[in-house]
Design a protein around this ligand. Sequence first.
Ligand code: PNW
Length: 452
Amino acid sequence: HTGPQSAPIPPFPADFTWGVATSAYQIEGAAFEDGRGPSIWDTYCRTPGKVLGGETGDVACDHYHRWAADLDLIQSLNLNAYRFSVAWPRVVPQGRGPVNKAGLDFYDRLVDGILARGMQPHVTLYHWDLPQALQDQGGWANPDVQHWFAEYALTVYGRLGDRVASYATFNEPWCTAELGYHVGRHAPGIQDLRTSLLASYHIQLAHGRAVQALREQNTTAELGTVLNLYPVDAASDDPEDEAAARLADAKINRWYLDPVFRGVFPSLAVEHYGAAMPDVDLAALAVARQPLDFLGVNYYFRQWVSRDGVSRAGPPTPGTERTAMGWEVYPEGLYRLLTDLHRDYPVKKYYITENGAAFDDQIVGGEVRDEARVRYLRTHLSELRRAMHAGVPVAGYFAWSLMDNFEWAFGYSKRFGIVHVDYDTQQRTLKDSAKWYRDFVTGRRAARPVAR
Ligand code: PNW
C-alpha cells in the first residue's frame, strides 16, 4: 500500500489514554450468580423472535469468572485503560432498595485488578441492563427513574470511589430510547414514539441528577457521558433531502447533545414531533446541563438521509467497504464528526469511547488474519490524529471491543473483538488486529504506567 491512508501516523501525546471497551451484559455471563437480579435483557432474550438464535447473555464470555485472565490480556496489549460497565442489577438487584454486597465486591476486585496492572478503570454506569423490577414500574418512562438512577450512581461511587479515574453516566441513550422504546429492537422492546421521547427525557434528567449527586461527594474523578454520534449526509443536493438530513441530525445527534450542553431539546425536532411530544416540563430539562469533564464519542458510521428516510446505504459508490453489520467503513467521518462537534459543542476533553467493526473472522491454524479490522483501526486512528492536529482535544481511544461478545439482537453472530473468543471452550486468541494495536500503542507510549 502506498496510498495516503498508509502514510505514517504522526505521534500521539505521551499521556494519551489507550484502551479497549466492553459492557457488562455483553461479556460477564453469571447471570444468576451471587445475587444478581434479572435485567430487561434477560427478559428480552427469552422473548421468542427477539434475539437471533434465541441466544442470551447467561454465559457470554464468562468474564465474571475469568476477569483476572482477561485483565492480564489487556495488560499484555500494553494498554493503559479499560472501559467497562457496571451491571445495575448486580449491585441493586431490584433496582432500588437493598444493595447486593457480592455484586459490589466483583467490581471492587475488578477495579483493584486494573490498577494493580498499571491501567486506569473507566466506568460506565448504565450500558442498557436495567433491572427488570424497574421496568415493571415503567422503566425509563417512569419519572421516578431519575432518582433511582442517581441513588444507584451514589451506591457504585460509595464503593469504588476515586479509585476510578473516570465515570460516564450513560452509554448511547439514543439506543435505549430509539431501539428500546420506539422501534423495539432492543430491550424492553416497546414500540411507541411518545413513550420513547418520554424515556429520552427522563434519561436526560437522570444524567443531570447523577452528576449533581456525584459532584456533591466532592469526587476527584472526571465525570461525563457517552453518545453515539454520526456525520449526517443528504443523499443528494435536492433541498428536500437536505432538509431531511438537518432534521435527522437534530433527532439523532442534537437530541442528545443539546440537553447535556445547553439544557434544551433542539427546536427543529421538537416542532417536528409536534403532537407526539409527551407532556413534559421542558424547563426542568435544565438539570441535564451540568459541567462535564469529558464527552465520550462512539463512532461507527455515517447516516445517509433522503426525504424517504434514514439509511446506512447511501448512493452506490464503487469501492465502499462494509462491515459484517452492513455498516459503511468511513474513517474520514471520524475527522468530520470531531471537528464539527468541537465547533458546535466545545468540550475540554473528548474520548473516543468506542470505535471498531464486526467482520466474518476465521480462525485458521490458530491465527485470525483480520486484515480488514487492522485497516479499520489504522485508518480511523489516522483520522483521529488529524482531528487532534486540527485542534480537537481528544485524550484517549478505546477500541470496541476487547473480545468477541454478545452483540445484542444479533446474539453471538457478529464478532467485534480484537481478541477471538471460542464460545465452546472460552479460549481467547489474539487476532492480528490485537497484535497490530499492541504494536501501534507500544511505539507511542513513553513508558509503562506506574501503578497507584
Ligand atoms: C454500540 N446503531 O451499539 C454499543 O455501545 C455496543 O454495546 C455495541 O456492541 C456496539 O455499538 C456495536 O454495535 C450500537 O444502530 C448499536 O446505529 C446500534 C447502533 C449503534 C451503536
